[in-house]
Design a protein around this ligand. Structure first.
Ligand code: ADP
Length: 502
């Protein structure tokens, strides 16, 4: 019967995504090696970027800070009151970035727009500060006349590739995500923002340039209940990346980066390192590589790059699943999405996929579908079948069809989670975190995948137990918690740390 053939075909595809205990352990080994390589030299597979952030918060930090976030589509401005007891209040505004500014002729056009949004935010939410400013301006005192305590320190989350030179110094390497302003490339983005803020004589100092993973780590460390600070901040959203607390002495490449020793606060003996682990194993020594992975990479805009991310993150999991599904649809011996009536005397049965289905289009399947089908507990997988119908142009999918799709989706998701465990374990092991303290090891995570994919954390934990250096005992001592508002409170905390280091 057709359902038997379909089920075994689906099992065969799902098996291609198996990532065994041995695979996990080989992955961890290679991950640690590539972390070490990145700490030693610029231009390694994993960038291991020093962030110049040398302390993590413990929840007692206090004060009023500002943060701005230039991500892709929106610019967010917020102020954060840290209460000093692991809690905070956040006020924020959000504005879409006008398309013409993304491709403006000069940096001035974009950055003056950003400064104006900061001014508007101050006017609206911090009138007292703003008022005193205008009065000062009227009395010709200007920004120089502000007392230190009147000036907001601001953390600037800037989610584009930068070469960072100090806690509030970093030059743009290249624009991504549809931005293209030639004039900005190679310039210090903090200085560009500060210049426009000063032109409006706002009481704001750009104190820190913030990467979103570092923000996640800081936000989690402030809010986490433990005695010891957070070890790792990790993002599993559109992309994946992690930042962790490293011993300063192990960041050996700092010596060769032309740093004046004075610019680094060495008092804690630690520095947060932004791994850029999305590019782990770009040369493919240990990563799994199914035909679907190979095709996805070959037809991507950046073949051979971000190879770990292409197996782990939200931008890609849907596309991997889509390719696996279409391979079965195109296999005449497998009755997936086939119309039973018209297949009676025909070798090539008719499919019930609409020709214009997104399943036939690159990037047509969203990763949220993996969550929907994995979380589907309806009878006969009704929810999955409805989603296939409404969102993906597959009319009247059978329960067997849905079961086959679900099986493969689970395999893709599980492999992603086990690969995520490789990254987490490598950081825990290479920093010797389980042995160093008797406390739990704390990890802050963010992103839709880890937040919404059912069982993502369970799958991660299962893999962690498969690693001898961690095992069931160690796994119990690893605490994983969602860190919300990393680009708000996290950036504020980095501004605070930057102030202290001044
Ligand atoms: P970003 O990483 O861009 O800040 P998110 O953390 O929301 O934003 O991640 C967006 C990514 O997560 C997209 O690739 C999207 O396909 C995927 N995604 C959105 N919703 C879900 C979901 N419910 N389950 C799994 N992945 C999801």
């Amino acid at each position: 019967p057709r359902s038997m053939g379909l089920a075994s075909a689906a099992e065969r595809v799902a098996a291609e995504f198996e990532y065994s205990k041995e695979d996990v352990n080989r992955g961890v080994q290679a991950f640690i090696e590539q972390m070490d390589e990145g700490l030693g030299k610029v231009g390694a597979t994993m960038s291991q970027i020093p962030t110049y952030v040398t302390a993590v918060p413990n929840g007692t930090e206090k004060g009023l800070y500002m943060a701005v976030d230039l991500g892709g589509t929106n610019f967010r401005v917020c102020s954060i009151q840290l209460h000093g007891n692991s809690t905070f209040s956040l006020t924020q505004s959000k504005v879409a970035i006008p398309k013409d500014l993304m491709v403006a002729k000069t940096s001035h056009e974009l950055f003056s727009f950003l400064a104006k949004q900061i001014e508007l935010f101050l006017k609206t939410h911090h009138g007292e500060h703003y008022q005193s400013h205008t009065e000062r301006k009227a009395s010709m005192i200007g920004l120089g006349g502000y007392k230190d305590e009147e000036i907001f320190s601001l953390g600037f989350t800037f989610s584009f590739p930068v070469q960072q030179y100090g806690i509030n110094k970093g030059t743009l390497i290249r624009w991504t995500k549809g931005f293209d302003i030639h004039d900005t490339v190679g310039k210090d983005v903090c200085a560009l923002l500060q210049k426009e803020i000063d032109a409006l004589s706002l009481p704001v100092r750009v104190a820190a340039l913030v990467n979103d993973t570092v923000g996640t780590l800081m936000a989690r460390s402030y809010t986490s209940p433990g005695k010891t600070g957070t070890l790792l901040g990790a993002i599993f959203g559109t992309g994946t990346n992690g930042a962790y607390v490293e011993k300063l002495g192990k960041v050996t490449k700092l010596k060769n980066m032309g740093k004046e020793a004075g610019e680094i606060d060495e008092s804690t003996g630690e520095m947060i390192v932004n791994t850029e682990w999305g590019s782990f194993d770009n040369h493919m020594s240990v990563l799994p590589d199914t035909p679907y992975d190979k095709d996805l990479d070959r037809e991507s805009v950046n073949p051979g790059i971000q190879m770990f991310e292409k197996r782990v993150s939200g931008m890609f999991l849907g596309e991997i699943l889509r390719r696996a599904i279409i391979a079965l649809v195109n296999d005449p011996s497998v009755p997936l999405f086939s119309d039973e009536d018209s297949s009676r005397n025909d070798v090539h049965s008719t499919t019930i996929i609409h020709p214009s289905s997104p399943l036939y289009q690159q990037w047509g399947l969203d990763t949220s579908f993996l969550s929907i089908t994995s979380g589907d507990s309806s009878s006969g997988l009704k929810v999955t079948r409805q989603t296939l119908d409404v969102d993906y142009g597959v009319s009247a999918a059978s329960a067997e069809d849905a079961e086959a799709v679900r099986l493969i989706a689970a395999a893709v998701g599980k492999r992603a989670a086990r690969l995520s465990a490789v990254a987490i374990a490598a950081v825990v092991i290479s920093t010797d975190s389980l042995a160093r303290t008797g406390d739990d090891v704390d990890i802050g995570v963010d992103g839709s995948l880890v937040e919404f994919y059912p069982n993502f954390e369970d799958y991660i934990r299962e893999a962690l137990r498969d690693i001898p250096q961690i095992g069931p005992q160690g796994e119990k001592r690893i605490r994983i918690g969602i860190a919300k508002d990393g680009s708000g409170v996290g950036a504020a905390l980095i501004a605070l740390v930057a102030d202290k280091a001044m």
